[in-house]
Write a protein that binds this ligand. Sequence first.
Ligand code: UDP
Length: 340
Amino acid sequence: MNSPSYYNQLLDITHSRNILVTGGAGYIGSHTVHRLAQRGYDVTVVDDLSRGYRHNVDAARLRELNLADTPALEKLLAEKPFSAVIHFAAYIAVGESMVKPELHFSNNLGGSLSLLSAMTRAGVRRLVFSSTAAVYGTPETSPVTEQMPHAPVSPYGESKVMVERILGWFDGIHQLRSIALRYFNASGADPASGLGEEHDPETHLIPLLLRAVLTGQPITLFGTDYDTPDGTCIRDYVHVADLAEAHVLALEALLAGSASDAFNVGTGRGHSVREVIRAVEEVTGRAVPVRVGPRREGDPPVLVACSDKLRRALGWKPRYEDLREIVATAWEFEKSRRPG
Ligand code: UDP
């Protein structure tokens, strides 16, 4: 028989608005923290700042900590009754994972395991997990539904598949309910927050195109011989504020007692690299210096989400459906990084 204080503690955990966000100093993490704060959640951020930026988080929220430090995480989770964790902290550069798989497996898998064990001990049993379209590898058909097989083509994608599978075991054994969100191409910036996309080195198309416009240094277009209408790769660019909203909806579903699940997050619209270049030229009013190069290894020709499940189950609807609007928010952010 458990003591009354045990039940009080459980009740506290169920009803508290304290949320822990790992990787909250990164691109998608910081936008989600911003949205959570707007919704009245009390957010604590764990980030070791190895890839995220201090300027993306209010100092009062930030706990500078590496996820591998299980005892410190346990201590932190015991400080307040946290009702859930949103877990972003991970290495995301696919190219890097092809060169240093050990880094991606130890950080993404090791960090997640450490977090899960700290959560289990602290009795925190709800988790929103930052997953990726990379779990599908090179899908045979488009759009991609959640039922399609997991077939990652990089250690990065594999590390996310592995964590999703581990979450299945934690659900069965520890009743830890989780929702995995498989993002397509996160892009744009939330104009109201001052936040935006910053990676070092930057590998993503939209910020690179905008920087090419600003610096005059050409960007390399990776392949024009794909089996697509204009020969360049097609992707589903989803605005980061819409991604942030998907996390809040997933969190609230879990808090309301939802079972574990996984959802794609994308707009369902595909744009070729050439179309993105045109959108950047329209938004900036300037020509993008481009040079055509060979294909980049591991790039699937077409990657577009079917997000019907997320729309149906959680009522998600992207606010940004026009690529030019997405690019415009990224452009405002890029200009703000380079005053004058
Ligand atoms: N891309 C490109 N040149 C670059 C960076 C990206 O042509 O310098 C292409 C890339 O091949 C892909 C698309 O732009 O087809 C989106 O790439 P990104 O790295 O932004 O996201 P990914 O789809 O790899 O997650």
